[in-house]
Design a protein around this ligand. Structure first.
Ligand SMILES: [Fe+2]
Length: 177
């Protein structure tokens, strides 16, 4: 199962803290096991059901946004140097990789295809994502990114890491919806 997670999301290896990396993997393993997702099925989940004709997959969305977050942090480092708002890059990457892990609970498999479940209508992925992260001992800074990344975080004061993730996430979403 760990191999499947690393194959799907090689960006996990960008996390420097080994304990944090293992916690992220554990969340994905549990989310995959919850509905019995296979690697092939996971790759067939669309990025969004909110728009027609979107060919970008859910996994590629997670990967693209994670890499955009890393790139943003690097640019800010290079240009602003010591004047930059401090960012914990490990927390940023972990949060980016876990923000949407709850979608594996939100979707279910019907006749071999991923569809939105009743469960997902009751518990959107920021909530199930925080639940998984709490269970696996993730830092509150990482749970904050998951909790505040989408509309549920509107009105909250987002951390610097959550601000970066939120905007990168919406760049990818706005461009394809
Ligand atoms: Fe999301």
């Amino acid at each position: 199962m760990k191999e499947t997670v690393l194959n799907l999301l090689p960006e996990i290896k960008e996390i420097k803290d080994a304990n944090l990396m293992n916690q992220v993997i554990a969340c994905w393993e549990e989310a995959i096991a919850f509905r019995g997702w296979t690697e092939k099925l996971l790759l067939s989940i669309p990025f969004t059901l909110l728009a027609e004709g979107v060919h970008i997959s859910f996994i590629d969305h997670v990967r693209a946004v994670c890499r955009m977050c890393i790139a943003t942090d690097k640019v800010l480092d290079e240009v602003h140097g010591s004047k930059k708002t401090p960012i914990n890059r490990d927390f940023l990457i972990a949060g980016a990789l876990l923000a949407d892990v709850g979608k594996l609970l939100e979707f279910e498999i019907v006749d071999g295809a991923p569809v939105k479940s009743d469960y997902g209508k009751h518990i959107r992925h920021p909530f199930s994502g925080v639940g998984l992260a709490f269970k696996h001992g993730l830092a509150s800074e990482v749970m904050h990114i998951i909790a505040t990344h989408s509309k549920e975080g509107a009105g909250e004061t987002r951390s610097p890491e959550s601000i970066i993730f939120h905007h990168c996430d919406f760049i990818d979403f706005e461009l394809v919806k």
